[in-house]
Design a protein around this ligand. Structure first.
Ligand SMILES: *Cc1c(COP(=O)(O)O)cnc(C)c1O
Length: 462
């Protein structure tokens, strides 16, 4: 008899030392709570949530080393030891000599947008990120999406849907002139496209084109290690390179980076602004005093900076990233068993349900993704979030709705937090909602805040 092929699984490269109880609620309770929350999962109380896949932002589990680091916080107002430890690691892992800490990612976005952008400028980028684009617009720029078309197609299996379309970028340079483009804003993996990476080859080409026109590249390196992982897995010539080496190479093409440390660095709070440009650094270091705090703490406690410094060391560990992305992959493959539509290929930090196909009987004005996130919560207490027309917001010039091609519900995995059994529960809930999808009705918006409306907007059942 032929030997049966035995599957060999991987497991998380850690064990659990501290636990936080969570509890399941009743359907009745959740129906009441989501109504009170205006059908917006951002407005739910966390204690009413069972499995929280809202975001991986600041919700990660710190390691015992990071917690130990919290105890050696140097809370001096100026020149904290932890600041210097963090700075050393920013140099070591991102290869950027100059660094300013900020309390989170958007604070760094605010500062860098104000420094680099003049009124009437254009900022091209690979799709957009909500807070990034808002700060670019508030600084006076018009954001222009130059991502490849495949990124807007949830069915496309392109391995690097985060790539920039060189023709789109060239056309923009020709149309508005290089002088009106302060920098190209690159993110990777691209959150709004479904956690999709760019390739090193594409980055090199973009860098070459921009160098010819003296345009700098700036990088939203918030989840850069995941992009490095995909390059290692999918791009020729990188299999033998470490995540740290690939990350360093990516960063070498940029003048500077901003980072929300609440993601890759696995801390609860923190941000980074780092650059090779001394002049930009000096301006940033001066501005941080106005908006955040002295340049050696930037709105953070010393202990937070220590946890960040250690997080930088842990984030480049291959086994950590493989387990993280492996969890997302497992989620996707389980969903496949029930035919649930989601963005392909499976991305880095989250599964993005394709709400347009999931609730194909709803029009985009009935907020399919907003509706779906609420329905999943009602079914099981699993919390995801909308990434569609609500997140896209209105055009700042015309005030008209933007109709994004993608209408998604994001289910995001905090790092080192949930087990495979939690994933099974979430998958089964989504499959149940999918089976009953025809009975679901849409929403109407009853309160719309001016900025980033997805956070605080309120809805009512149609
Ligand atoms: C979270 C995030 C930001 C903003 O960072 P905050 O720490 O939430 O202010 C910017 N860019 C990307 C890609 C993000 O995921």
């Amino acid at each position: 008899m032929a030997k049966k092929v035995i599957k060999r699984s991987w497991a998380e490269p850690f064990k659990i030392k501290v636990v936080e109880p969570i509890k399941m609620t009743t359907r009745e309770h959740r129906e009441k709570e989501i109504k009170i929350a205006g059908y917006n999962t951002f407005l739910l109380k966390s204690e009413d949530v069972y499995i929280d896949l809202l975001t991986d932002s600041g919700t990660n589990a710190m390691s015992d080393r990071q917690w130990a680091g919290m105890m050696v916080g140097d809370e001096a107002y100026a020149g904290s030891r932890n600041f210097y430890h963090l700075w050393d690691n920013v140099k070591k892992y991102y290869g950027m000599p100059y660094f300013v800490p900020t309390h989170q990612g958007r604070a760094a976005e605010h500062i860098i947008s104000k420094i680099l952008i003049k009124d009437g400028d254009f900022v091209p980028g690979n799709m957009y990120f909500t807070t990034t684009r808002l700060h670019q617009e508030l600084a006076g720029a018009t954001f222009v999406d130059v991502i490849i078309d495949e990124a807007h197609n949830p069915k496309s299996e392109h391995p690097f849907k985060g790539n920039i379309d060189l023709e789109k970028l060239k056309n923009l340079i020709e149309k508005v002139g290089a002088k009106k483009i302060p920098y190209v804003s690159v993110a990777g993996p691209v959150n709004m496209a479904g956690g999709q990476p760019f390739s090193m080859e594409n980055l090199k080409e973009v860098h070459k084109l921009c160098s010819e026109h003296k345009i700098k590249l700036w990088f939203d390196a918030t989840r850069a290690t995941e992009n490095a992982y995909f390059i290692k897995e999918r791009e020729a010539g990188y299999k033998e390179k470490s995540i740290a080496e690939i990350l360093k190479e990516i960063c070498s093409y940029f003048e500077g980076i901003w980072v929300s440390a609440k993601k890759d660095l696995m801390v609860n709070i923190g941000g980074i602004l780092a650059t090779k440009n001394k002049k930009v650094f000096e301006k940033a270091r001066n501005m941080v005093v106005v908006y955040e705090g002295l340049h050696t703490y930037g709105g953070l406690a010393g202990r937070d900076m220590e946890a960040m410094a250690i997080g930088l060391e842990e984030m480049v560990e291959y086994d950590n990233i493989r387990a993280r992305i492996g969890q997302v992959e497992y989620f996707g493959k389980e969903l496949d068993k029930y035919g649930v539509p989601y963005v392909r290929p499976i991305g880095g930090h989250a599964i993005f349900l394709d709400a347009k196909r999931f609730l194909s009987h709803l029009t985009q004005d009935q907020f399919p993704a907003q509706t779906l996130a609420a329905e999943i919560y009602i079914d099981s207490g699993v919390r995801g979030m909308e990434r569609g027309i609500v997140s896209a917001g209105r055009d700042p010039k015309t005030g008209k709705e933007r109709y994004p091609k993608l209408e998604l519900v994001r289910l995001t995995f905090p790092r080192r937090v949930y087990t495979q059994a939690h994933i099974d529960v979430a998958v089964e809930s989504i499959a149940t909602v999918y089976q009953n999808r025809k009975n679901i009705t849409g929403l109407k918006m009853i309160y719309e805040p001016e900025y980033l409306r997805f956070f605080q907007g309120r809805f009512e059942k149609l």
